[in-house]
Design a protein around this ligand. Structure first.
Ligand code: RET
Length: 251
């Protein structure tokens, strides 16, 4: 008999809770945007889109549509009868990758605009980020125990290093050049982003990579990260932007 590894009540309830939080954040950010003239709403528009995409993705995952079963491995059923095997299928929430492929470029856009980076560097950071998410998706559906699977993961990690490189080097440099206040704020929110984002590939390696985390634990870990990376990041950015005219942009 095959074994199915899937979310319990706890995992499903967590997905619904995050879905509701993302909707609330979208409403709050929309309200905040009404306090500023339409021509100055770029950060608000970008940040609100991020939580709207996340709400849709969490709705898909919670309602059972953004997920499919992936054949994980064939394992021997009994120690003493080595030729009886059974298949293991594990839920892979592919809707996450749809979400991330849209929202991580938008999160980066927020940071790039804040820093005042130029078009070329912004595009390189965003394209590297899309490569990171898509190769992460290939890794998630890669056949178990094949070198390709970790090969895709390695490519995704290299792409992630390109993203960090763009932001830490060019982003920080440009932000510092805009003046002490913007530079300090960019260093703080960029450092926060760096720490949160770096936990994603670690969770992936434990959950999807080496299967040392069950589906519920995986859902909870990503839930905490997603709340920090989207609503908390967004609120911090928008409130600081509103009280810091130096962060205004001509776009
Ligand atoms: C994957 C696996 C492959 C290796 C790497 C990854 C990085 C993912 C990141 C995700 C960030 C997501 C955010 C979501 C928003 O809420 C795809 C997990 C490097 C950095 C910020």
């Amino acid at each position: 008999l095959p074994e199915y590894q899937d979310a319990s009540e706890v995992g499903t309830r967590t997905l619904w809770v995050v879905c509701v939080l993302m909707i609330i954040a979208s409403i709050v950010f929309t309200g905040l945007s009404w306090n500023v003239p339409i021509s100055k709403r770029l950060y608000h528009v970008v940040t609100t889109m991020i939580t709207i995409f996340a709400a849709m993705s969490y709705f898909a995952m919670a309602s059972g549509h953004g997920v499919s079963y992936h054949h994980v491995q064939v394992r021997e059923s009994h120690k003493h009868v080595p030729d009886t095997t059974h298949d293991i299928y594990r839920q892979v929430y592919w809707a996450r990758y749809v979400d991330w492929s849209l929202t991580t470029p938008l999160l980066l856009l927020d940071l790039c605009l804040l820093a005042g980076m130029n078009g070329g560097n912004i595009l390189m950071a965003i394209v590297a980020d899309i490569i990171m998410i898509l190769t992460g998706l290939f890794a998630a559906f890669g056949s178990e125990g094949t070198p390709q699977k970790w090969g895709w993961y390695a490519i995704a990690c290299i792409a992630y290093l390109v993203v960090i490189w763009q932001l830490a080097l060019h982003g920080r440099g440009m932000a510092m050049a805009k003046g002490g206040k913007v530079g300090k704020f960019f260093a703080a929110i960029g450092g926060f982003t760096l720490v949160i984002w770096t936990v994603y590939p670690i969770i992936w390696g434990i959950a999807d990579g080496s299967r040392n985390m069950n589906v519920d634990e995986e859902i909870i870990a990503y839930a905490v990260l997603d709340i920090l990376a989207k609503p908390v990041f967004g609120a911090w950015l928008l409130f600081t932007h509103q009280s810091m005219p130096e962060t205004n942009i001509e776009l």
